[in-house]
Structure formats: C-alpha cells, structure tokens
Design a protein around this ligand. Structure first.
Ligand code: SF4
Length: 247
C-alpha cells in the first residue's frame, strides 16, 4: 500500500468515553511538522468530544464562520513545527498570493519591531511568569495585529490552522472576545493539550528548550531556525511520545 495512504486507527479514553480516531500515518523519517496531519485528526476528535459534552450540559458554541474577533488582535501562539508548516504553506502559494501574505507578515513583524516586542517573542529562552506573560501579551494585543491569514472575516487556512485556533471555542457572547483583557470569555475546556505535547517532543528531538511564538512571527522564526526544523526523525517514537504527553 502507498505509505502516504496508510492510516492509524486508535481509541482515545476521554472522560471515561471511548473516542475512535482515524489519522493519516506520518511518513518516516519525518520533519516534526509532518506529524501535524495525524496530530490534528486526534486533536479534532478530542475537540468534538469536548463540544458534545458542553452541548449536553446546555452550552452552545458561539464561534462560527464570519466571527473573527479572536483573529484580529490576540497573540496566537504556534509551536516550532507549526511555524515550519506555515512557512512551507506560504512558500507553496501562488506567486501573487504569496506576495500578499508575505507582505502582511512583514507588516506585523515590523510593527512588533517598532514597538520593541519582536525579540521578546523570538528570542525567549526562559519561561515567563504569569504576570510577565500577561503584560507582554497585553502589549501585543494593543497593537491590533490581525492574523495574516484572515480574509473577509474568515480563516483562509482553516484545515491547517494551529492547535490553539482549533481549540479556542467559546460559549459566551462573541463580543467579549474582542478584548479578552477587559472581559473573560467562557471557553470550552479541552481534554488534550496538543500544543504543549508538540513543544515537549520538539525539545526531545532538537535537544534544547523550545517555545511558542506568535503566529505573526512564524515565518521569521521558521526561517531563522530552518536547519533545525529540517532535521528528520524516526516518526513512530516521537508520535508515541506526543500521544503520551497530551494530558
Ligand atoms: S490561523 Fe485562522 S483561525 Fe487562526 S488566528 Fe489566523 S485566521 Fe484566525
């Protein structure tokens, strides 16, 4: 069988329920971002379970196509493999579209540089305490940097959007998402921590501390670390490690 068409069938145990998942088998050896299609399939199954549970409890997801409140200014953290995937996605666009998207990224990066914030995100070596992280996130938010992939209030990379975009689902008034520092939205709790697990296997694979970067800096980060991100690994043990780090 064509290895690109092989699938992994597995059953997740979430809240005592069995959640069946069919995911594409990653190639091996693989770049870490080549694990993402399988990871997204598992994450999506867990998210769907979380939504069913919330709806059974009388809550309704308010997020829908056409609402882009959380894409307009909030920092969207992406892991290094996701940054690499986004760079490869942009590089595969048509010339005109790539020019447009790269210009949007360049604009956001320059505005972060002008505000003196870009290196704080790109060169982080130590974890920030909660207060410092919130202060940095608020400074970012005040710049009003819309996601470069946002078109007509819709995500133009929806199937490939990052873990945090997939998992951020609210049941409160979407208007509250316009300023999360002034209002607390009611977010559906997620049973699996896909991004945290992706950071863990990145650290194991690359042998150094890893951190997320705001999506608007994904291209800058991936270009800076391209040699590291293009190291290939035996996919199976890393994928198992990711599964084990999800909770
Ligand atoms: S990737 Fe898509 S969902 Fe995520 S912030 Fe950008 S436009 Fe919004």
């Amino acid at each position: 069988m064509d290895p690109r068409r092989r699938r992994i069938e597995l059953v997740l145990r979430i809240d005592g329920a069995a959640v069946a998942v069919s995911a594409p088998q990653p190639p091996s050896p693989a770049w870490l971002d080549e694990l993402l299609p399988a990871q997204r399939a598992i994450d999506d199954a867990a998210i769907a379970h979380a939504v069913r549970k919330a709806e059974a409890g009388g809550r309704t997801v308010a997020c829908a196509k056409g609402c882009s409140a959380c894409c307009r200014a909030q920092p969207v953290p992406v892991t290094p493999p996701e940054a690499h995937a986004l760079l490869r996605l942009v590089e595969a666009l048509t010339a005109a579209r790539r020019h447009d998207i790269e210009a949007r990224f360049a604009d956001r990066e320059q505005r972060l540089r002008d505000a003196g914030l870009a290196d704080a995100f790109l060169q982080r070596v130590d974890a920030l305490d909660a207060d410092a992280a919130r202060t940095l996130a608020h400074a970012y938010f005040k710049l009003g940097l819309a996601c470069p992939f946002l078109d007509d209030n819709a995500c133009s990379i929806h199937p490939q959007r990052p873990f945090v975009c997939r998992q951020y689902l609210v049941t409160s008034d979407p208007a509250l998402c316009a300023d999360p520092f002034a209002h607390k939205a009611e977010v559906i709790p997620m049973p699996l921590h896909a991004a945290t697990a992706a950071l863990a296997i990145s650290e194991a694979a690359y042998g150094r501390r890893q951190h997320s970067v705001p999506l608007v800096l994904a291209l800058a980060y991936a270009r800076r670390h391209r040699a590291e991100l293009e190291r290939r690994f035996d996919a199976e043990p890393l994928f198992r490690q990711w599964l084990g780090a999800l909770r």
